[in-house]
Design a protein around this ligand. Structure first.
Ligand SMILES: Nc1nc2c(ncn2[C@@H]2O[C@H](COP(=O)(O)OP(=O)(O)OP(=O)(O)O)[C@@H](O)[C@H]2O)c(=O)[nH]1
Ligand SMILES: [Mg+2]
Length: 472
């Protein structure tokens, strides 16, 4: 399949590379900086699928549009076909000036002549100056469709209207308002649908691209839910065993700390997976940097303030702090469970498990206590990761500063009921526990268990997706 080649051109520092980061959903594409002339060479990025293949070319800024336009005019006087724009541009590329005075501009023109169309990026905060009009006059000689992209339109003061009038005067009647850092919801789609009107023979490719973008968006949402559900099941099923005699001792505190650290690490792994899914660099966002719109999201997972931020009541046990086992349910598996039918029934699976353990094993378990992660913490984990997924799904890849999360998560009871059901299946947790445990976790689950775990993850994941869609 022949690829559709699109050059991204414009004055220096107008956001060409940033636009490509956003369109390619790649926060690592090229180099972006506040200083001019950051991009020195043409850099390609692509979107490829069986249905469409698009190559984008980032180019250096057109710095001396005025000088180049004057040079082209002089060159045209000696040209036989003075109305053949592409031939004139080729004559420029073949001239010594393309190596010397206009080396940077020559790279842009060369790429333009190799492309099917160009996106001309404009910093709409700039008034329409002659240098930009000269740039447009040069581009028009390429005989390639040019789609102006009015960037920085989310800034308070911009001249987008004046730009549209000026563009119409050079027969550029279609343009798209954009902002690479805070892109309008349908901005990307409008770029492609407008391009399709300028490139009728590429309509099916561009249509396939927009369909693919929609489908990928849906797929990403579902995968994000699965990533979160998997983490929640891992944390809900996580169990640490300590000797009963150590209940009031330093060891219990250590075990609580260990459990908390394991949960923190598992949450961080979930953050990393979500960043990779939405194609953000692993170090582009840390969980501590994320702010809620009404305050910082920097409190530790096990701090009552963290719960309050997400509208989860801290309750007495958690508010009492870590010494009382913040975020941790402590229940006896030994004597209490062995004798107390009520508790056994309440935690169903464990009771069943206890009965089927056999005497030898039961005797081994007597005198031990188990630590698991409290429901409120599971709720908070769900809320935080949901907020993160919501944020990443709309965050532009050109954005270099972390913006506050405008989304307020609210946990749903249905989800917590599902999540909690994993508590009685300690073997479902993939979290590696080595110190302080009585039994090592199984490295691989029996098939039936694997299927049950998958089914639960699917259920939780469906609920998570519905929840995010409702909150949009
Ligand atoms: N607020 C805001 N900032 C933007 C936008 N587009 C780009 N920027 C910022 O503007 C600066 C220049 O962006 P680049 O993408 O490097 O611009 P460029 O056109 O590729 O620049 P050169 O490669 O030097 O020609 C960076 O600091 C970007 O973060 C936008 O739409 N809104
Ligand atoms: Mg650049």
């Amino acid at each position: 399949m022949e690829s559709l080649n699109i050059a991204v051109v414009g004055h220096t520092n107008v956001g060409k590379t940033s636009l490509l980061r956003t369109l390619l959903r790649d926060s690592t594409f090229g180099e972006v900086s506040e200083r001019p002339s950051t991009t020195q060479n043409v850099l390609a990025g692509h979107i490829r699928s069986p249905q469409c293949q698009i190559e984008f070319y980032d180019t250096p800024g057109l710095e001396d549009g005025i000088g180049l336009y004057e040079y082209l005019q002089r060159l045209a006087q000696h040209q036989q076909q003075r109305h053949d724009g592409p031939a004139l541009l080729q004559a420029f590329l073949d001239s010594p000036e393309a190596q010397v005075s206009f080396a940077q501009e020559a790279k842009v023109i060369k790429q333009l002549l190799r492309s099917h169309a160009a996106l001309y990026v404009i910093d709409a905060r700039d008034p329409v100056l002659p240098k930009f009009q000269d740039e447009l006059a040069i581009l028009s000689k390429s005989a390639r469709p040019v789609l102006p992209v009015l960037n920085f339109t989310a800034s308070p003061n911009h001249f987008a209207e004046q730009w549209k009038q000026a563009l119409a005067k050079v027969n550029l009647h279609a343009s798209v308002d954009f902002d690479t850092v805070s892109p309008p919801r349908d901005g990307e789609r409008r770029i492609y649908t407008t391009l399709a009107t300028l490139l009728p023979e590429q309509q099916s490719t561009l249509h396939a691209l927009t369909t693919q973008l929609d489908q990928h968006g849906l797929d990403r949402e579902q995968t994000a839910s699965h990533i979160i559900a998997d983490m929640l099941v891992d944390c809900a099923a996580l169990r640490l065993t300590v000797q009963e005699s150590t209940t009031q001792s330093v060891q219990l505190k250590d075990a609580v700390t260990q459990l908390q650290n394991l949960v923190r690490q598992r949450e961080q792994a979930c953050v990393s997976s979500l960043l990779a899914l939405y194609r953000f660099a692993a170090d582009s966002i840390s969980i501590d940097d994320l702010a809620l719109s009404d305050g910082r999201w920097q409190d530790d997972l096990f701090h009552p303030q963290a719960l309050r931020q997400f509208g989860i009541s801290a309750g007495k046990s958690t508010a009492a702090g870590a010494a009382a086992g913040a975020g941790v349910d402590i229940f006896m598996l030994g004597t209490t469970l062995g004798a107390g039918t009520a508790l056994g029934a309440a935690i169903g699976g464990i009771w069943q498990g206890w009965q089927s353990m056999g005497k030898k094993l039961r005797d081994q378990w007597r005198g031990y206590r188990e630590l698991t992660v409290e429901n409120k913490i599971l709720q908070l984990l769900a809320a935080r990761q949901q907020a993160l997924a919501q944020h990443l799904s709309v965050r532009a890849h050109a954005q270099n500063k972390t913006q506050p999360l405008s989304y307020h998560a609210n946990t749903q009871d249905a989800i917590i009921d599902y999540i909690e059901s994993a508590r009685v299946h300690p073997q479902w947790s993939k979290i590696g526990v080595s110190v302080g445990v009585k039994f090592r976790l199984r490295s691989s689950l029996p098939h039936a268990d694997q299927q049950d775990r998958e089914r639960l993850c699917d259920k939780i994941s469906d609920e998570l997706t519905k929840w995010r869609i409702r909150s949009k």
